[in-house]
Design a protein around this ligand. Structure first.
Ligand code: AMP
Length: 274
């Protein structure tokens, strides 16, 4: 495995790869969720590139950029064991210059839900993903459905900018109790971890209601909010279509139910696709 810490080193290593290239971008502190993407990319491509980069431009003022978990040594080992060909771990200086040309999230889809709570977050996320996709020249790039709005916006960027890469959505990985895995889960105490289960449980309840024939998004939202009372603060419960437009009624095959809530220190997100 080549560990590339500069653009030059990445370009050189990339040039030596032959055959299809899969790419998994991450912010590190790798867990089973990341690994499911890495395994899939490993299976579906001849070569595999993983990036670990905590991208400063997608953190808002006052967010947890400095406290974001960093596990470089462990991440390197995990990537080695996962038969990664190139691990790209650039410094901020390698990735950015002063006064950059920026790409912006779309005016509506980029500023609802996560985009409304974290205005500017998606601009920074798209900026770094565009850079990483251009640098890696991958045939396929793998993203988790856990960050559903991020995934939708990346797909839109690839469509709008006629980029050649294929974006592969991957299922959400959960622990045995249902908690969606996240690098930020390490901040949860045992007691908070129990309360954090209310997110996935509320989504399970919503799915059961839909399966039992309930279509009203208002009724489902209400039931979810009741279950989310054990979270410290709910930021949103939303039921939208795949274009992130709000729905009055659930449309089977075209619905995403999302929740964002604070439990203890971290802000958690989860969703289910129906
Ligand atoms: P992050 O390191 O949090 O930026 O995540 C890197 C990639 O891993 C993104 O595409 C995430 O959606 C994906 N990911 C993170 N957690 C999970 C999970 N629990 N299940 C599936 N994918 C995940």
């Amino acid at each position: 495995m080549v560990i590339a810490r500069t653009i030059e080193a990445l370009r050189e290593a990339r040039a030596s790869l032959g055959g299809s290239v899969g790419f998994v971008p991450t912010m590190g502190a790798l867990h089973e969720g990341h690994l499911s993407l890495i395994r899939r990319a490993r299976e579906e491509n001849v070569c595999l590139i993983v990036s670990v980069f905590v991208n400063p431009t997608q953190f808002l003022e006052g967010e947890d950029l400095d406290a974001y978990p960093r596990r470089d040594e462990a991440d390197i080992k995990i990537c080695e064991l996962s038969k990664v060909d190139i691990l790209f771990m650039p410094t901020i200086d390698q990735m950015y210059e002063q006064d950059e040309l920026c790409i912006g999230a779309p005016a509506v889809r980029g500023y609802v839900l996560e985009g409304a709570k974290r205005p500017g977050h998606f601009d920074g996320m798209l900026q770094v993903v565009m850079k990483l996709l251009n640098l890696t020249q991958a045939d396929r790039a793998y993203f988790g459905k856990k960050d559903a709005q991020q995934l939708a916006l990346i797909m839109q960027m690839v469509r709008n900018y006629f980029m050649g890469v294929e974006i592969i959505p991957c299922e959400i990985v959960r622990d045995s109790k249902g908690l969606a895995l996240s690098s930020r889960n390490i901040y949860l105490t045992a007691e908070e971890k129990k309360r954090a289960l209310s997110l996935s449980q509320s989504l399970k309840k919503a799915t059961e209601m839909v399966m039992a024939g309930e279509k009203s998004t208002q009724a489902i939202t209400k039931a979810m909010e009741t279950m989310l009372e054990s979270a410290d603060r709910v930021e949103y419960v939303a039921i939208v279509n795949r274009a992130f437009e709000p729905l009055q009624e659930v449309e089977i095959g075209n619905t995403i139910i999302l929740v964002a809530a604070w439990v203890g220190k971290p802000r958690l997100i989860d969703n289910v696709w129906i």
